[in-house]
Design a binder for this molecule. Structure first.
Ligand SMILES: [Zn+2]
Ligand SMILES: [Zn+2]
Length: 252
């Protein structure tokens, strides 16, 4: 499906950057985003909290990840969510161009994660209504593009059982409360399970590390809640990657 659509896009669309519409040189005509736009993306770099990847606070321990479930060990983002990267996320979410996911995945693919070569990728799901409106899950597109680069499988393990209100409150605590109970682990036989089951149930959570994939990290509340659902289903190691990371006002 994807490759056929990609091929059609490549045939019909002139080779221009999906973000700035500059014509692409012959050498980069296979790309979706031009080099100028990609170079505007500012990578997230250390020093950071070893767990959540947020720049370390000036005083005391990191507050962002203290309430995370134990299974969620390392989360990293590729670039800061500034003008250029924000346009890229917008194009991934609302653009018709499926191949834009590959440009974002290229940036995410450079993230070093422990046990990456043994991991399974798990896209953060959309609620049913939002999925119907958009027609696709942008995080799944990103996960599949990343899977091709990392040569790791995608496991569509999670469902979103509750739409969450737009997150306007910015404290990590408020955000965690907002997404509480939003995710369930998919049951192979009956869709969504309704209550906690032991780890050796029919869910068959792999022992391999699971890497949650999402487009944007704001406070990590969504990833933390998704990881909590996986942990309750028996996952021991959950990691997370996102393309963008919001620049937070100092909430400490
Ligand atoms: Zn461009
Ligand atoms: Zn942290």
């Amino acid at each position: 499906m994807h490759s056929a659509r990609d091929a059609i896009e490549q045939l019909l669309l002139p080779a221009e950057c999906a973000l700035c519409h500059a014509l692409l040189s012959y050498a980069s005509s296979g790309r979706v985003v031009c080099a100028v736009c990609r170079h505007r993306w500012r990578g997230v770099r250390p020093p950071w909290c070893g767990r959540c990847g947020q720049p370390e606070p000036h005083f005391g321990p990191c507050r962002l990840c203290t309430d995370w479930p134990g299974a969620l060990r390392v989360v990293r983002s590729a670039v800061w969510l500034e003008a250029g990267a924000r346009d890229a996320v917008h194009a991934l979410k609302y653009g018709a161009l499926a191949r834009i996911a590959d440009a974002l995945a290229e940036a995410v693919a450079g993230i070093a994660l422990p046990e990456r070569d043994a991991a399974w990728l798990v896209p953060v799901p959309l609620g049913r209504q939002r999925l119907r409106e958009r027609g696709y899950n942008q995080s799944e597109r990103l996960a599949r593009a990343l899977a091709r680069r990392w040569r790791r499988p995608v496991l569509d393990l999670l469902t979103r059982v509750r739409e969450t209100a737009t997150q306007t409150a910015l404290t990590p605590e408020a955000r965690l409360a907002n997404v509480a109970g939003a995710f369930h682990v998919r049951n192979g036989e009956c869709g969504v399970r309704s209550e906690r089951a032991p780890a050796n149930s029919a869910l068959r959570i792999p022992h391999s590390p699971l890497v949650l994939v999402d487009d944007v990290f704001t406070t990590g509340a969504t990833l933390a809640e998704a990881a909590r659902a996986l942990e309750q289903a028996g996952a021991r190691t959950v990691l997370g990657v996102t393309f963008g990371r919001a620049i937070l006002p100092d909430f400490t």
